[in-house]
Design a protein around this ligand. Structure first.
Ligand SMILES: C=CC1=C(C)c2cc3[nH]c(cc4nc(cc5[nH]c(cc1n2)c(C)c5CCC(=O)O)C(CCC(=O)O)=C4C)c(C)c3C=C
Ligand SMILES: [Fe+2]
Ligand SMILES: [Fe+2]
Length: 326
């Protein structure tokens, strides 16, 4: 790549409601759950279920959950994503690399289009798209690509671009995760088991070729190896089931309920699929699943935060990006 080409970074994450209210959650879920990459049922079947049942009943319930984790500055996912954007921008600048960093969300604002417009206004003619999903899934990463392609359809002059599909086995990512687990053990003592809980997807998606589950298992193996764990000291599970069909197994909530009976009473939980803490980690894992575990006879439950704006995490992002322009 020529040195005179201005390059920009486009960080992407899922998106989140603008407020912890039923109205805002409904708007967010409405956009999210209309995406064919997320729910692939025919619209004749899905739209009545979505508009008639899910949006009216789920939105007020989920709004309360968002309210329980809401930060002074907003939704955790948005607050942390902004911090990541700023930290990466600063790290690049300190390294003498002139590369603007924009943040776009798949659903809601700032949209991926908003982020692209910012980069374009900054004179960017080459974009490195980094979806902050370490493991590729059709429901997340492919959807980012769809949005990008839709936006590019309207451009006369396409920028050059690189799309970072996944980084589930990246050494910097694994090392940053290992470091955060070790720091937690130092503070709370080592547990009987390290539970690695990933966001799930429908099993059908995997059967149709989505490599997400395989990539999750690979991340777990690499992390366990980095930490020197024996097979009985770690386990992979899948959380956040949505809808009635089978999702990837074993399920996190069912595992929580059964661990104490196996004699495993002290666990630490890490969620490697989430690059930023959000509802699914701060509420579902830190609170809801903790309750299942403790009620079943668990004694110690430690949630290990996402990598968020840790220096090691931001450095990994910088390395991923810089590899694309080398
Ligand atoms: C980490 C990667 C993610 C995958 C893979 C994923 C797949 C997936 N998700 C749903 C349904 C919901 N997910 C929700 C929240 C949510 N999901 C992710 C990430 C992945 N999802 C994040 C980071 C978040 C948190 C957003 C936040 O605001 O904090 C929700 C909304 C909350 C709720 O109503 O429970 C839904 C719904 C499906 C159907 C799916 C794969 C098909
Ligand atoms: Fe609809
Ligand atoms: Fe999700």
């Amino acid at each position: 790549m020529g040195n005179n080409v201005k390059t920009g970074v486009l960080l992407v994450n899922l998106g989140t409601p603008t407020a912890p209210t039923a109205k805002a959650v409904r708007a967010f879920l409405g956009q999210f759950l209309h995406d064919y990459r997320v729910v692939d049922l025919t619209r004749m079947l899905w739209c009545p279920i979505l508009h008639g049942i899910i949006l009216p009943f789920r939105s007020p319930k989920v709004a309360k959950l968002y309210a329980s984790v809401w930060m002074e500055e907003g939704s955790p996912l948005m607050v942390i994503s902004r911090r990541q954007q700023a930290a990466l921008g600063q790290m690049l600048q300190e390294a003498g690399i002139d590369m603007p960093v924009a943040l776009g969300m798949s659903y809601g604002e700032p949209s991926i289009n908003t982020a692209w417009q910012e980069l374009k206004a900054a004179g960017v003619d080459r974009v490195i798209i980094l979806p902050l999903y370490p493991q590729y899934s059709v429901s997340t990463t492919a959807s980012v690509f769809d949005s990008w392609a839709r936006i590019m359809k309207k451009e006369r002059r396409l920028p050059a671009f690189r799309f970072i599909r996944d980084y589930h086995d990246n050494h910097g990512y694994i090392k940053a995760l290992a470091e955060s687990v070790r720091a937690s053990w130092q503070e709370h003592g080592q547990s009987d088991l390290l539970l690695l809980s990933y966001h799930g997807i429908p099993k059908r998606f995997e059967d149709q070729g989505d490599p997400y589950g395989q990539q999750c298992h690979r991340t777990s193996e690499l992390l366990a190896a980095e930490l020197g764990l024996a097979p009985h000291q770690w386990r992979t599970t899948f959380q956040s089931r949505f809808g009635r069909e089978e999702w990837l197994q074993p399920y996190t909530d069912k595992t929580m309920e059964s661990l104490p009976a196996e004699g495993i009473k002290r666990i630490s939980v890490v969620c490697p699929a989430f690059s930023a803490d959000c509802l699914e980690t701060l509420e579902e894992i830190s609170s809801e699943n903790k309750e299942y575990f403790m009620k079943a006879g668990g004694e110690q439950y430690v949630y290990i935060p996402a990598l968020n704006d840790n220096q090691a995490h931001i450095r990994m992002m910088m390395d991923l990006v810089c590899r694309e322009i080398a």
